[in-house]
Ligand binder design. Sequence first.
Ligand code: SF4
Length: 230
Amino acid sequence: MIFSGIVKSSLIDYPGKIATVLFVPGCNYNCFYCHNRKLIEEITDILDPNEIDAFLEKRQGLIDSIVISGGEPTLYDDLPELFRKIKSLGYLTKLDSNGSNPQMIKKLIEEGFVDYFAIDYKAPSSQYSLYCGEECDPSKVLETINILHSSQCPFEVRTTVIPQLTLDNLIQMCQELPKIPRYVLNPYRKPLHYLKEHEGLINATPYSEKEIKEFSEIIKLYQEHVVLMF
Ligand code: SF4
């Protein structure tokens, strides 16, 4: 595995725990609102693996958990090995994923070295490619979420409420999903870097926190455990 970014201490990336977040470069999606565009477009500034190892050893007992994020971590075949190693150091572990690789998620569940999964569900399945690129296959994302739903593994599903999603879209998404133990709604924030071709999508007016709260009250009829992240 290679890493091109690190947040050494975070209170928002693992529910209730202090986390270090490691970011892998590369992604198989192209979400117009991606906040890690530099990570998905070019593999530069790779962190020294020896420094990462030293950091993980030094912070044992000070940091509760290590979150592997990106980019898309499931593109790396040695992801299970990484989790095995982090777990052996005594950390809780979490994976952030776009859900595109159900086979990898199945393997990680079977091996048992990931304590918590966060999977994005980005749009109604019929609209996924409009916002995340032609390569997206929402059926794979739903397969991933259904695998987690059938397992004993703690997980959450996350949706960024982009301006293009209507209340009806959010209801539809809730109906496409199985019952989720924690369904997180994130507000849309315009990214610093984006593609020229995405300018129209990027500059749409975001929903206010009040509007998202109102949406959440309605979609609780379909997904009980909605959490707002603002
Ligand atoms: S899946 Fe995540 S990392 Fe990949 S393009 Fe979308 S927002 Fe960016």
